[in-house]
Design a binder for this molecule. Structure first.
Ligand SMILES: [Zn+2]
Length: 281
């Protein structure tokens, strides 16, 4: 069992305080711990995916944005009423920004506005305040990490790169290692698309061991407007059945806090990414 640890944080010059992070209250990360995430508010979130997840007793996060086609096409995107239903069903509603911009291009104030807009919309619909984030188009930056820190976000999910080459049509990425990775730069271990096959899915799950976690990213099942990140419903059922058969623990990003202390992380959030790149993954 891990020892309770004392983390010393230097806030300002000459100002030191101690945060007692009692890691004994955290659960041990089991082998087969899998995080499921669904980006972009596709209609299938409510009409198909939620039902399948409930059948299996799995948790998941739905990352909400009012960008892409959300405001103009309610045939392909969920409504806020459907997002409320997902929240009431016990799933996590995460923040995916107001307009789905490339975050590194924005000023800190613009980033903040993007984040606060979704928080406001959640509040209007009596949905719990989002505490996790996912970077639109997988674009992240140190400035964005800092903005998320200031707004008290616990975890944020990025894509599979730069450690893994991303062809933009689904693919493999690093397993999340909470002993190494910054909680606001959690990598995607696999994302669905035409180039992500069953063997790639099984590979991602095989990495969820010895303290590491497989973080999966889906878009629509199917993704009607974005075929390059499509997942066929039949394949999705196969994936979920595989997780069940393997006895995986399947959770939302928010529930990572049961296993991982989100206050811990490298002083330089990008150091683990650079180190992994040098090691060859
Ligand atoms: Zn997105």
């Amino acid at each position: 069992m891990k020892q309770a640890l004392i983390v010393t944080v230097v806030l300002f010059v000459g100002s030191v305080f101690e945060v007692s992070a009692d890691s004994e209250q955290l659960r041990k990360i089991p082998d087969g711990l899998v995080v499921l995430t669904f980006d972009d508010c596709n209609k299938s979130d409510r009409s198909f995916v939620a039902k399948v997840l409930k059948e299996h007793g799995f948790g998941a996060t739905f990352y909400v944005t009012e960008g892409l086609g959300f405001l103009r096409n309610k045939e392909n995107y969920v409504t806020w009423e459907e997002i409320v239903e997902l929240d009431r069903m016990g799933f996590e509603i995460g923040n995916h920004t107001k307009t789905h911009p490339h975050m590194p291009r924005l000023s800190p104030q613009q980033m903040r506005n993007e984040l606060l807009h979704i928080e406001k919309r959640c509040k209007e619909h009596k949905i719990r305040r989002p505490v996790t984030f996912c970077y639109p188009g997988f674009g992240h930056s140190l400035a964005c990490v800092k903005e998320l820190q200031q707004l008290n976000y616990l975890f944020a999910r990025r894509g599979v790169g730069p450690e893994f080459k991303d062809g933009g049509r689904g693919g493999r990425g690093p397993a999340y290692d909470p002993e190494v990775d910054h909680p606001l730069l959690v990598p995607t271990t696999g994302y669905a698309g035409p180039d992500w096959k069953m063997e790639d899915f099984i590979w991602a799950i095989s990495k969820a061991r010895e303290g590491r976690i497989a973080v999966l990213c889906y878009h629509g099942v199917p993704a009607r407007e974005h075929p390059w990140v499509n997942c066929d419903p039949e394949d999705f059922r196969k994936h979920m059945n595989y997780l069940k058969k393997e006895g995986c623990t399947v959770i939302s990003m928010r529930d990572l806090a049961l296993f991982v202390d989100p206050r811990k992380g490298p002083a330089d959030p990008y150091e683990p990414i650079r180190a992994r790149g040098k090691r060859g993954k």
